[in-house]
Design a protein around this ligand. Structure first.
Ligand code: WQD
Length: 338
């Protein structure tokens, strides 16, 4: 298949491009490099022996998008391109609504013009709100507490309404839980700019002695050890889930939603202790106040994806920790030319 991947140089996008290329698909990428680097393309070449065609630009650029669809006979699209920092979305809501909503709607508009109606949409477990019962199933209550999550919830609604109006669309909506880890080569992984918001890149910076300690946001939650419990999924398992979704949904003229997680929750302390043990490294931490908006537990019921996408996460928490650390070590040594 010829697959168009928006945000294909980003953390999850690049890992998905690797899996698509390894699967024998032809890949065309668009990326504005607002949260990624062009050298990822060379890393993909090293991993796969080939790299995608890449256009630098924003998905909201209709002229650019039309030129890409005019030139390439695209069969399907996977849409990753979005700003995704929860805290930043609270401070800059217009930036998030403007970019995330317009990019999705522009993509769908141009796809429609070129009769390309197979789409995998990157959504998030953050759309689940006020869920008391774990593990979370796809028809659990939806509500959001930040603009980033709202753009994902609204994005899903746009796609549901689009399919209702034109049932010839085939759409898979994938709700990610907590993607962490990196490709086993150590060449691609998560390298957020500045101080990381998410736990794993923060742990990695502490392990690399770039930050003094991990601040654990609260240990008074009703969980196994009082710290937050999340469903961490290896980014390669997540990427493979996209291939499974693409193959399952293409040309079925249906729309459906799937949780992509492992179905198992780990606490913050369990993650820190596993990371320290498997990498034989000290990871100092201190307990601080809860982070506003955090919930105690969030982990997936993955039965639907297992059954209907014939996909199941295979990598465990130790592999996630090993692979995450290998990437930051290699990135650091390559940065300083060692
Ligand atoms: C995980 C756990 C924190 C940082 C977010 C987004 C979600 C998705 C994944 C995009 C929690 C604790 C964290 C730290 C800590 N992103 N923590 N100290 O909040 O579950 O989900 O990322 O789709 O939309 O909401 O992930 O990694 O920020 O936090 O103690 O410095 O680690 O309290 O329990 P989260 P996270």
């Amino acid at each position: 298949m010829k697959v168009f991947v928006t945000g294909g140089c980003g953390y999850i996008g690049s890992h998905t491009v690797v899996e698509l290329l390894n699967h024998g698909d032809e890949v065309i990428v668009i990326d504005d490099f607002s949260n990624s680097k062009p050298d990822v393309l060379d890393k993909i070449q090293t991993i796969c022996g080939k790299k995608p065609i890449c256009y630098e630009g924003n998905v909201c650029d209709k002229v650019l998008l039309r030129s890409i669809f005019e030139k390439h006979d695209i069969d399907a699209a996977i849409d990753f391109a979005a700003f995704k920092a929860v805290g930043e979305s609270v401070e800059q809501p217009l930036k998030y609504y403007q970019n995330n909503m317009n990019c999705l709607m522009t993509l769908c508009e141009i796809m429609q013009e070129y009769s390309c109606k197979n789409l995998v949409f990157s959504s998030s477990a953050t759309v689940y709100g006020g869920v008391e019962t774990m593990p979370i199933v796809e028809d659990s209550p939806l509500s959001t507490t930040n603009p980033y999550g709202t753009t994902k919830l609204w994005g899903e609604q746009v796609l549901q309404d689009l399919h209702h109006a034109d049932p010839s669309w085939s759409i898979a909506i994938l709700r990610y839980f907590n993607p962490i880890g990196a490709h086993v080569s150590g060449l691609i992984g998560e390298s957020p700019n500045g101080i990381p918001n998410n736990i794993m890149p923060y742990i990695c910076k502490v392990a690399m002695k770039e930050l003094p300690q991990v601040n654990v946001f609260g240990n008074d939650y009703p969980t196994i050890d009082g710290t937050g419990v999340r469903d961490y999924i290896h980014v390669v398992d997540l990427a493979v889930g996209h291939i499974a979704a693409l193959n399952a949904i293409c040309n079925t003229q249906t729309i459906d939603v799937f949780n992509l997680g492992t179905g198992k929750g780990y606490s913050v302390l369990e993650l820190i202790q596993t990371f320290a043990k498997v990498n034989n490294i000290d990871v100092p931490y201190t307990i601080v106040d809860r982070r506003p908006g955090d919930i105690a537990e969030c982990y997936a019921n993955t039965d639907k994806a297992n059954r209907e996408l014939h996909w199941k996460a295979e990598k465990g928490i130790t592999e996630m920790c090993e692979d995450a650390y290998r990437f930051v070590k290699q990135s650091s040594s390559s940065t300083f030319g060692m």
